[in-house]
Write a protein that binds this ligand. Structure first.
Ligand code: MG
Length: 299
């Protein structure tokens, strides 16, 4: 099941895609009334998920408020996250190699076994089809990173490995846009990852049960139609279980937390010469079983 945040008649709503992914049905059609996706994730129970799963199979003429997908504006599924996104760096071996080739001292991983965590500020996520700001005053090394994002369902503390799936609401796609010289010019990556309009998110959330666990999904990116990244999420160095077990030992992961699981090889800095982004470039990030997140670089 795919849940989305969208705008119609100037109002933000949450809804579910129908089976054919051609219509959007508002959650209100199943008498589910939450202000936004964050509240839905926190408050909704199994019965509400089942109701949505039920209505999405109906024909549109039976669903009040149904709208063809072309008639709505799809927003980032969580447009304003409550907290920074938790990110993994260097979580695919081939990306570790290309990053070290680009700038060894900035991307060295101290031990093979420890995950690299950093955080990314998101004042507002970029909507699907929305613009990535080029920030040309700050960077001439604008780069893309297709990533699988895990959305936490309920507050997670001391999670056991076999229970990890119970804490996951679903998955979405993020483009971890990065200004490389800002990222590597400081000891911490935070600033270079956190500029305004650097976090395209979406196009929607695929619920945890819609993808076998742990996810072994093809992950790709394209720039102006040219395939750049082409890998699979089974190649994570630190798995989703590793990450949630480790972080929840000492840090409550609140419902609605976004964890970006790192990007595979094929980012712009990995090419020789590098292929950084320019204004007008169209970046597509695709994950099997979720969809395609498409954004254009703007001034
Ligand atoms: Mg990243």
């Amino acid at each position: 099941m795919k849940l989305l945040t969208y705008e119609i008649d100037g109002k933000e709503r949450i809804g579910v895609l129908n089976d054919e992914e051609t219509w959007v049905y508002p959650a209100s059609a199943a008498e589910i009334e939450y202000r936004n996706m964050k509240e839905f994730i926190r408050e909704a129970g199994e019965s509400e998920m089942e109701m949505l799963d039920c209505i999405r199979r109906r024909p549109p003429y039976e669903v009040p408020g149904a709208a063809p997908i072309g008639d709505i504006k799809i927003l980032a599924p969580i447009p304003v996250p409550d907290q920074d996104v938790i990110c993994l760096g260097i979580n695919y071996a081939a990306h570790a190699e290309e990053s070290a080739r680009f700038k060894k001292e900035a991307f060295r991983k101290d031990t093979e076994r420890q995950a690299v965590y950093f955080s990314k500020r998101v004042n507002r996520a970029v909507d699907p089809e929305g613009g990535i700001s080029a920030h040309r005053d700050l960077t001439s090394q604008l780069d893309y990173e297709a990533e699988l994002v895990v959305v936490i369902k309920k507050d997670a503390v001391n999670v056991k490995r076999e229970e990890v799936k119970d804490y996951i609401f679903g998955y979405t796609i993020m483009n971890d846009v990065s200004a490389r010289e800002v990222q590597t010019g400081h000891k911490q990556w935070y600033f270079g990852k956190s500029l305004d309009n650097f976090t395209p998110l979406g196009p929607w959330i695929a619920t945890v049960d819609s993808i076998p666990f742990p996810p072994k999904q093809a992950i790709r990116s394209r720039v102006n139609g040219e395939l750049r990244q082409n890998s699979n999420t089974e190649l994570f160095l630190s798995s989703i279980e590793d990450v949630i077990v480790e972080l929840s030992q000492g840090m409550t992961l609140k419902a609605g937390t976004l964890i970006a699981t790192g990007t595979p090889a094929g980012v712009g800095m990995g090419f020789d010469p590098p292929k950084f982004l320019n204004v007008g470039d169209v970046v597509e990030c695709e994950i099997e079983g979720i969809g395609v997140l498409k954004n254009t670089v703007v001034e």
